[in-house]
Design a protein around this ligand. Sequence first.
Ligand code: ASP
Ligand code: MG
Length: 477
Amino acid sequence: MSVARESLVVMKFGGTSLEDAKAMERTAAIVASRRKKGLDAAVVVSAMAKVTDQLLAAAAAAGRGDKAGALALSSRLRHRHIDTATDLLTGEHAAGLHPAVHAEFDALDDLLRGIAAVGELTARTNDLVVSFGERLSSRMVAAAFAQRGLEGAHVDARSCIVTDANYGKAAPLEPAIEAKLREIVLPLIEAKKTAVMGGFIGATTEGITTTLGRGGSDYTAALVGGGLHAGAIEIWTDVNGIMTTDPRICPDALRVKTISFEEAAELAYFGAKVLHPATILPAVQKNIPVWVLNSRNAENEGTQITAVAPRCKSPFKSIAAKKKLTIIDIVASRMLMSHGYMKAVFDVFDKYKCVIDMVSTSEVSISLSVDSNQRLPEICEDLSKIADVKMEGNKALICMVGEDIRGHNGIAGQVFSAISHVNVRMISQGASEINMSFMIEEEDVEEAVRSLHKHFFADPDEAIFDVEARVQVESKA
Ligand code: ASP
Ligand code: MG
């Protein structure tokens, strides 16, 4: 087993931290602050903001045979990257980067022409097209670091992130990755360089380009941090970490200083879009602390995600709300919950690839909540062949998460008396035992979240929550 490299921090910057030259400037300053502390840094970058979506659109256009449309999108991207490179670099660094950016775009254009000529876009080719976003951003950031005395060294992620051939959502092969990182990235770190590689992309053992799935750069950061046994992983985004609730609903929301991996995972599912925790699992399993930080507010301490939750006075860490849901009530009229009934019901949802959020059952009825979508009338029509069906839209789900609800008695009583004026439709305390969820009317969400927040976060545990955040809000008001 390798030893931990405490002095190594793996820093991942998302698209908004790289949206233009100014943002890249801030990113360089953040990396410089870590180097100044005597830390070694390996940097993983996303594509510049929105580039992945635009590359996917270009690939789709080419796949439809729309060569002109595809090339127009690519041309716009070329200008954006060249303009950013011009703002970011001077002298030899600019002279070195410009031809490299043009060469990448020439290759992309050839590829798009080829796809348009065939008129067919395979998953494998789609991955190749979309890989240009991270290939370009990582080159640019490496050059920007080189010019700013950070010893930037570009690494093509495809030489290290070895995956299977499941295009669009390839699975990393961790032992192979660890070996490649040791061979390619470690010597750079030991030479005091800042290795910069694109997130999200990888390659099969045969060298065919793959991607890890949307938002996959966090995953890359965890693989690099895990593979090199880094001391910490920092995920730089544009929010101050994970909050006790949505600050747009509740200005009193506090930053959560420390949260467990399981808690963060529950919250991500219910709409807290900070990061998808499954992607940081390789790091958490190796006990490497992961921080979520704000590149627009680098002084802020962010949120630390750890394997084990620290004990906390308050039973909950955070309250999430998800709107635009529909409840479907299914009353067994004909088959009366006979054998195979549940399967018949779920098969209908399966047929329409409709994801179910919550389920509750009684002797004769099943209530389900689903995202409101256009297929619901068809789903209900199919269901009505086996049951009486009622559908009610404009519902919302409130999800309260905290590992400490396990040990507390009477939590449900407290929750529902805090919102006794709100009509609660469905209740579930998940098998994970760390979340309590219930459905209410969409129009009651703001009021319910504020009441719950007031009840459970009135006297916050200062070890876990950033009380200063509240003081700042109050003095601004
Ligand atoms: N650029 C990729 C995406 O937008 C990966 C990432 O940003 O994490 O999905
Ligand atoms: Mg992104």
